[in-house]
Each structure stands twice: as C-alpha cells, then as structure tokens.
Design a protein around this ligand. Structure first.
Ligand SMILES: [Zn+2]
Length: 145
C-alpha cells in the first residue's frame, strides 16, 4: 500500500501528446514498469489503438493483440505491464464508473483530461486497489524524474 512510483518525463510527454492528437477521441496505451533498487519506475508508455465498440469520444478499449504481445515480449525481463493510460476529452481527470469496472486491481492508471487539443491538460495517476466489489481507485504518488 502507498507505493510511490517514479516516472520519466518522456513518458509524461508521450501521454500528453497522444491525448492532444487523439482529441476529440480518447487515446489509450500501456504503461511499462520496472523495479530498480527497490524503486518502482514507469519507464515507457506504449500507445495502443482504441478499439472500443462504443463512442470513442467517451470510451476506450486497448487493442488486446498489442497487450498480449507486450506481455509475451516482457516475460522473463525485469520489465512488466504496470498499468494503462487514457484520456478524457472534455472530461475530468478521474476514473469514471466504467474505468472502475474495467480495472483488474493493483495496476496504475493515468488519466489525461483536456478541453481541446491546444488547451490546458490535467494528468492524474491512480492505483486500483482491492478486487471485485471492493475495487476502488486511489490517487497514486508519481515523482517525475
Ligand atoms: Zn476513463
């Protein structure tokens, strides 16, 4: 509980860029983590196609083929799938009820809210705790380094 993460500035920049270029649709992608000397890092963000069958302005689904390929390629390496990011165009930077439903538990979620491609952007980080009916998101501490 209360694990803190460090994140490379390039990862933040990539998520911001993705959120802006995907507007007015939601962008989404996978966060790759790595533990180094007892410290957890988010070392990379991998953009994914938003394959939602719903309105892409209000929902997302990470291309499952990409996710599977990533999990496979990271097997046996010190890196792992640590979580996901997506954007909330014209929304707020907190998990929606659908986000809570789609979370599995333990992973980091980063959410970028923006009102337009050239407008201010708010990026927040969350960790999903619990499972099943006790599942909830809590703000995660992320240090930019
Ligand atoms: Zn969402």
């Amino acid at each position: 509980m209360g694990a803190s993460w460090r994140i490379a500035p390039e990862v933040l920049d990539l998520i911001e860029r993705e959120a802006r270029t995907s507007f007015p649709n939601e962008c989404c992608g996978v966060l790759i983590g790595r533990r180094r000397g007892g410290v957890a890092w988010l070392v990379q963000a991998v953009p994914a196609r938003n394959v939602t069958g719903r309105n892409p302005r209000r929902s997302f689904e990470i291309d499952p083929t990409l996710l599977l390929a990533l999990q496979k390629s990271l097997r046996g390496s010190p890196e792992f799938v640590a979580g996901f990011y997506h954007s909330h165009p014209r929304g707020v930077a907190r998990p929606s009820p659908r986000d809570v439903g789609g979370a599995t538990g333990g992973e980091i979620w980063m959410i970028a809210a923006l009102d337009g491609p050239g407008r201010g952007l708010q990026l927040t980080s969350w960790q999903c705790l619990g499972s099943g009916r006790t599942k909830r998101f809590r703000l995660a501490r992320l240090t930019r380094q």
